[in-house]
Design a protein around this ligand. Sequence first.
Ligand SMILES: C[S@@+](CC[C@H](N)C(=O)[O-])C[C@H]1O[C@@H](n2cnc3c(N)ncnc32)[C@H](O)[C@@H]1O
Length: 319
Amino acid sequence: MEPESRKDDDDNLLGWGLDLEVSGTREKRVGEWKKPAPSSNSGGRRTRISKKQFGSGEDGAWDKFYAQKGIKFFKDRHNLRKFFPELLPEYQRDNPEEHHPKLKPDPDAYENGLDTPPADEVLADKLLVVEAGCGVGNACFPLLRANPEMFMFSFDFSKVAVDFLRSNAEYDPTRVFAFVGDLTKESDITSIVGRGKASFVTMIWVLSALTPESMPAAVLEANALLKKGGSVLLRDYAVGDLAQIRKCGYTTPVAPGLLRRGDGTIAYFFDIDGLKHLFESNGFKTEYIHYVDRQLENRKREIQMYRRWIQAKFEKIVE
Ligand SMILES: C[S@@+](CC[C@H](N)C(=O)[O-])C[C@H]1O[C@@H](n2cnc3c(N)ncnc32)[C@H](O)[C@@H]1O
């Protein structure tokens, strides 16, 4: 049995409480709803991002976010096994919902400390996956449980998040190396993971946390991490999502498609053409890309929420 999703943390409705796959929301059914025109996301009052802010919103905003919300805000992302079967061993792909026991690290595995990247022999014959913007580990542990042959390099530029991830009882240095890194900074991640080694880079609601100006650098760094033929697996916000349409109260439009939340974090809403262009002009080809439309129910508040995300797979074709 998968653990029940955690209770709603009573966050505000129009900021994070209405946000992506957080605790307390439950998928009801795929809704037949009218898709708003892509242009409905833009316009409105605009706020400039000041010089103190940078490629991922306001300085320190994500550290503050995790310090305040702790580890219980986002749901564990068990459903990634269904959305991205390529991350599972072949024998698991027909049964992505199977329960897998928690990891039980051997205490001796910690002998090199938590700051030492894994030795080559630990990585030998493993499926190498780099998880960009890992947060506190909601994606990495469910995936690692399901694929014993996987090794994850999980990084986030929030030290608070990485410290949470490393202090998880399932943190096993023979299966995962978590570190602080900035996806938009040239070579920040490749200097630790190496170039051209990873089979996959996952971007789970991460690219949207960057300003559009810093996205090409992030895609180039992902490209450098991947082997030729390796892929980026992405799931993120899409234009027309409710969190974007309700751009009032806790969010402020900064530029077309870009919102700033009250806590200083930002969210960009992608459309298919723009996202394709971003990757295809930086050494990738599109394997698939589509919108995901969902009707979600917040049972506590008795409201229906029409959500729209984007899922894509991009294969590296050139350096
Ligand atoms: C919406 S959260 C998603 C977290 C996690 N992927 C998940 O699905 O639960 C976005 C994450 O991206 C991280 N992030 C934002 N900008 C980043 C950057 N430039 N480099 C690395 N991580 C970044 C944030 O710290 C935050 O943990």
